[in-house]
Every structure is written in structure tokens, then in C-alpha cells.
Write a new protein. Structure first.
Ligand code: PLP
Length: 373
């Protein structure tokens, strides 16, 4: 049997990782400034994380949500403390798309409405309604098109106000748009979104699947602004590679047995990984590091006149070039051994390193970028 060949791939086979580096099977070392789509938060194969997963699988890897799983409560407690949102509740999933689906479903249950406002260049996943909410006609199949999604330009207050009405179940916006090329919702825009949700009884969903977990220099990117969402979706950095996602749910939502559910979500092994990630983020002050190194990174990039634009917060950085980034990305990888990311805009390079990156590693990237540009 062959694999279903949907992924364009580089001819590189990583076999080992440590911190911000991975090694291929010829033992070539690569600086990882992408973390496999923003997934690696605490660094590859962090010893504390490895130990926690090893210990847990030796004891019990899985049992379903039909039994008590105190590891879930521990995760909720740690998450509430570190994110500064102890009043929210946690529902655990296995991926970003599944978090999106559950967020939308909960908003619809709560409001008994169907329509959802999302934004241009947004990415929310590839499943059922998540893919219709995503701004890409190529990846949505006819079965995904329900007509329930309304897509508007980001940061346009007037169009949003004109469109909003009492049929809208939710407005869903990314903390920082990732796949779309690192675009940040403005403070005025988020304030308006919150006001409109309150005025019309709609639910505000912040998709922090990529921008959350400390990447922006705050636990969630929207915490740079004065706004409180009703639901926050998460995944990516949450398990440092172990598949785990979740939604944080504000207190006003009524909970009923059976309302949401999943077989694998919140299993013992996933929670062990998730708890270890939060411990390391706290113990190693990785949110502060993301802020400090991210500010340094953005400053260094902005000193380079050849770049068209540099956008971002913390360690979520978009670099716009005048030309297509494809050849440059290949040179960075093959000549300088640096992984970087693309985006849906062919001119935007996406930088999403592990949160423990150092300024020396940034300097190596800047030096390499100057050589290939
Ligand atoms: C903002 C955002 N939401 C949702 C998703 C979907 O996550 P997953 O690929 O884990 O389903 C992604 C993935 O890139 C994302 O960046």
C-alpha cells in the first residue's frame, strides 16, 4: 500500500530533535524556525516532556471519558492559572479543526442560531464547518458548503457593523492570522466585535490554535488587547507535537451531559503531555522569552531595508518580500539548514520557532537571510 499523496514534501528526513534543532538521517543539523506549523512550543524532545509521557504510558496510556481522569482537572487548573482565566471551563479535543467544530457547535447550541461571521485570509481547519469558515475555495468540498458562513474583511469596522444582525450565532476571529500571512486584528476592531456580540446576543470565538500558548508573548494573542472572548480554541503548541486541542468556555454556557464528546480527547497520555508542556512554559519563563526574543527578532528584521514588510508579535512573525518566497525558502533550508514556513500569500515567509529560541539563533538566521536575499 502507498500513502495518499496529498503533501508536497522536502526531500529531508528528520530523525532526531533537541530544543530548536532537528537532525536528518545523515546527521545534518537544522535550525527549526517553523516547529512543524507552530506546534513545537517547549522545544523538540524536552527531557521533562519525554519523561512525563514515558511515565504515563507505562502506567496507563488511555481510558475513555466514561471514567474519572484527574489529569484533565490538573490540566484545567494549570491552564486557568497560567492563562489568567480561572473562571473558564476546559473541553479537550485532539486537533485544531476539532476545537473549531466544537466551538461553533457550542455557539450554535447556546444561541439556537446558524450563521457565523469569519474573516478574509482566516484559517480554522479542514473539517466540516471549519473548512467553510476557512478562506480557501480549494480545500472545501461541495458537502462542506452550508451557506452558514459570512466572510468579511478583517479590521473593517463599518462592514462588520452593517452586516451584524440577530441571526448571527458567532463571530470567529484568529488571535493573529497565521496561515493567512500574520495579520493582527486591531484593538478597535476587537472592541467593536465584542460590542456587537453583546448587542446582538452572539458568541465571540477567538481562534488561538496557532497564536496561543505563549507564542505572541502573552498566553493568548488577544490578551494584548482589552477583550474577553466567550470561547477560545487551542491546539498546536498545547502538546508540543502530541495531538491535543481544546476549547476554553466562559461561565455563561450551560453544561449538559452528552452535549459535546470525543473518544480520544483528554486521554491520559495526551493530558500527561499537556501538563508537562504547561509546567515547562512556566518553569522556563517561555512566554517572557517569546516576548523578549520576538521583539529582538522583529527589530533585526526591520533593520533590513530589502524586506517589504515585517509583521508580528512575539515569535509569530511574517516577512513580506517583493518576490515569491519559494526559492528563498529552499535556499534557507538546503544551503543554511533553516526551516521556515510559507503562508497562503506567496510573498510571505512565516516564522514560528520554539518558544525557547535564543538571540544567537536569531542572529544566525538574520546572517543567513542576508546571504540568500
Ligand atoms: C488558526 C488555526 N485554526 C485551526 C487550525 C486547524 O488545526 P489542525 O490542523 O490541528 O486541525 C489551524 C492549523 O493550521 C490554524 O492555524
Amino acid at each position: 500500500m502507498q500513502t495518499f499523496n496529498v503533501y508536497p514534501r522536502y526531500e529531508i528526513e528528520p530523525v532526531k530533535g533537541k530544543g530548536c534543532y532537528v537532525w536528518d538521517k545523515e546527521n545534518k543539523k537544522y535550525l527549526d524556525l517553523y516547529g512543524g506549523h507552530a506546534v513545537i512550543s517547549i522545544g523538540h524532545s524536552h527531557p521533562k516532556y519525554v519523561q512525563a509521557i514515558r511515565d504515563q504510558v507505562e502506567k496507563l496510556g488511555f481510558y475513555s471519558n466514561s471514567v474519572r481522569i484527574p489529569l484533565q482537572e490538573m490540566l484545567a487548573q494549570k491552564l486557568g492559572d497560567l492563562a489568567g482565566l480561572p473562571e473558564y471551563s476546559l473541553f479537550l479535543t485532539n486537533s485544531g479543526a476539532e476545537s473549531t467544530e466544537n466551538a461553533l457547535k457550542l455557539a450554535s447550541f447556546h444561541t439556537k442560531r446558524k450563521k457565523v461571521i469569519v474573516f478574509e485570509k482566516g484559517f480554522h481547519g479542514r473539517t466540516s464547518l471549519a473548512v467553510e469558515a476557512t478562506d480557501s475555495t480549494k480545500i472545501a468540498a461541495p458537502v462542506n458548503i452550508t451557506g452558514n458562513i459570512i466572510r468579511l474583511p478583517l479590521n473593517d469596522l463599518e462592514i462588520l457593523e452593517d452586516t451584524m444582525n440577530d441571526l448571527i450565532a458567532a463571530i470567529m476571529v484568529e488571535g493573529i492570522q497565521g496561515v493567512g500571512g500574520i495579520h493582527i486584528p486591531s484593538q478597535e476592531f476587537l472592541t467593536k466585535v465584542r460590542q456587537l456580540c453583546d448587542r446582538y446576543g452572539a458568541v465571540l470565538i477567538l481562534d488561538e490554535i496557532q497564536s496561543g500558548y505563549g507564542r505572541s508573548g502573552k498566553f493568548f494573542a488577544h490578551q494584548h488587547n482589552d477583550v474577553k472572548p466567550d470561547i477560545i480554541s487551542m491546539a498546536k503548541g498545547m502538546g508540543n507535537g502530541f495531538p491535543i486541542g481544546g476549547i476554553l468556555i466562559a461561565p455563561q454556557f450551560e453544561v449538559k451531559a452528552g452535549l459535546l464528546g470525543t473518544t480520544f480527547g483528554g486521554n491520559h497520555l495526551a493530558c500527561a503531555a499537556g501538563n508537562a508542556v504547561l509546567d515547562v512554559i512556566k518553569e522556563e519563563s517561555l512566554i517572557e522569552n517569546a516576548k523578549m526574543v520576538g521583539t529582538y527578532f522583529i527589530e533585526k528584521l526591520r533593520e533590513m531595508d530589502v524586506l517589504k514588510e515585517v509583521r508580528g508579535r512575539g515569535l509569530m512573525i511574517g516577512i513580506d518580500l517583493k518576490e515569491n518566497i519559494k526559492p528563498l525558502r529552499s535556499k534557507l533550508l538546503l544551503k543554511h539548514h533553516i526551516f521556515t514556513g510559507a503562508s497562503s500569500d506567496p510573498h510571505t515567509l512565516r516564522i514560528l520557532p520554539p518558544l525557547n529560541i535564543t538571540t544567537d539563533q536569531v542572529d544566525y538566521f538574520i546572517h543567513s537571510l542576508k546571504k540568500v536575499i
